[in-house]
Design a protein around this ligand. Structure first.
Ligand code: SF4
Length: 398
């Protein structure tokens, strides 16, 4: 190992954060090998998270597939001409949430397109007929319904948000999310995957994350790898997330998601992100973000390589549903929980269910959640903040 490698990793292991300048050395001639990166990353994970790996038992509620934007890799978005319905009704939302509750789920994940009423008059009219001016107003209404009428906790993931919109959702969402995806300006230039997606401008997304921090909202974000960004640009995005977390302490988890090409999209012929690139990014993210941040790889997009990602320092598998498909990646089925538990255990790690908000935001602290969210979170969990009943809740269900 060359001296720069030794210095970088021993510095990271010493728990004193690497500087931005040092961080970029991971994309250079002095970069440690993948084995060395993983060894340092898993050691940091163990220091901060012990040998527990979590997942969130959830239902996926695609409130609307309509979207004002066009991303080059997306099969989620639909137009009024192709969508089976413009929006899910409140009754449909509650039906999915209560069905998930019966199966032991605790998260109602709301994922939807970006501000469709700004592009489609049909969407605007649908909302207006029901007394809502915007999709985000309607989202707040159905989140409150789920809070009031089920034992599930909403987690809204509706795209970019203003301070007012975040504040309106906050009483009914113990956490919210927005993937940063990338900080690369190249991706929204001509021919890039975000050319026709103004909401994917990094500045706009970082501003939403910053506002969430100012409001004290536990927040999920992450990066999408393999859409044309470089390794250095990935480091830049991870550092941007690190800076926001340092400022506000609200980044409750960071997802490292791999791009998969989908038919009938502008990027149908693009090459999928390789598992080697995903592994490198996960390990570097753990080293740069430190031992305490929750780091996730979605298990349905990497089913061949669970063991390697665990060895690269993740401590979470994200949302897994016994009921609904992954509407963003419909071709990728969720793992059976028994299989995920077994393969996690084979690496000497223990799988536990968690809420959409991580324990550090409600166990022994009242600094983050409203009284009603706090009470519900405590009622659903054990003394450590994991879902009551543990993996036994799901025994025999998959
Ligand atoms: S990825 Fe999101 S913002 Fe982009 S087109 Fe699809 S739904 Fe819209």
């Amino acid at each position: 190992m060359r001296s720069v490698d030794k210095n970088l990793l021993s510095h990271a292991r010493s728990l004193s954060p690497l500087s931005d300048k040092e961080a970029y050395l991971f994309d250079g001639p002095g970069c440690p090998t993948i084995e060395e990166l993983c060894a340092a990353a898993s050691q940091l994970r163990d220091l901060g998270k012990g040998r527990t790996v979590t997942f969130s038992p959830k239902v996926f509620i695609p409130l609307t597939h309509l979207c004002r934007d066009f991303c080059g890799y997306c099969t989620f978005r639909q137009s009024p001409e192709t969508a089976a319905r413009l929006y899910m009704t409140p009754e449909e939302v509650l039906n999915v949430a209560t069905a998930g509750q019966r199966l032991g789920c605790t998260e109602a994940l709301f994922t939807l397109g970006e501000r469709p009423e700004q592009r489609y008059p049909e969407a605007k009219q649908w909302l207006r007929n029901r007394g809502f001016a915007t999709t985000l107003e309607y989202l707040a209404y159905v989140c409150q319904l789920v809070m009031d009428e089920t034992n599930m906790l909403p987690h809204a993931n509706p795209g970019t948000m203003s301070r007012r919109e975040l504040a309106a959702l906050q009483p009914f969402n113990p956490s919210m999310g927005l993937m940063l995806e990338s900080t690369s300006a190249r991706l929204y230039q001509a021919g890039g995957p975000h050319e026709f997606a103004p909401s994917k401008r990094p500045r706009v997304r970082l501003r939403t994350m910053e506002l969430a921090g100012e409001l004290g909202i536990p927040f999920t974000t992450g990066i999408l790898i393999g859409i044309g960004e470089s390794r250095s640009e990935r480091i830049e995005a991870i550092l941007a997330i690190r800076d926001l977390h340092r400022a506000y302490g609200h980044i409750q988890e960071v997802i490292i998601q791999n791009f998969r090409a989908k038919p009938a999209t502008p990027m149908a012929d693009a090459v999928d992100a390789t598992s080697h690139e995903l592994l490198w990014t996960v390990a570097v993210a753990r080293i740069l973000l430190g031992p305490d941040v929750n780091l996730q790889v979605p298990p349905n997009l990497s089913s061949d390589d669970y063991e390697e990602y665990l060895a690269a320092g993740i401590n979470d598998w994200g949302g897994v549903s016994p009921l609904t498909i992954d509407f963003v990646n419909p071709e990728a089925p969720w793992p059976a929980l028994a299989d995920l538990q077994r393969r996690t255990a084979e690496q000497g790690l223990t799988l536990k269910p968690r809420l959409p908000v991580y324990p550090e935001y409600f166990v022994n602290t009242r600094a983050w959640l409203s009284d009603s969210l706090q009470e519900k979170a405590i009622a659903l969990t054990d003394a450590e903040g994991y879902v009551k009943g543990g993996m036994e809740r799901y025994a025999g269900r998959n």
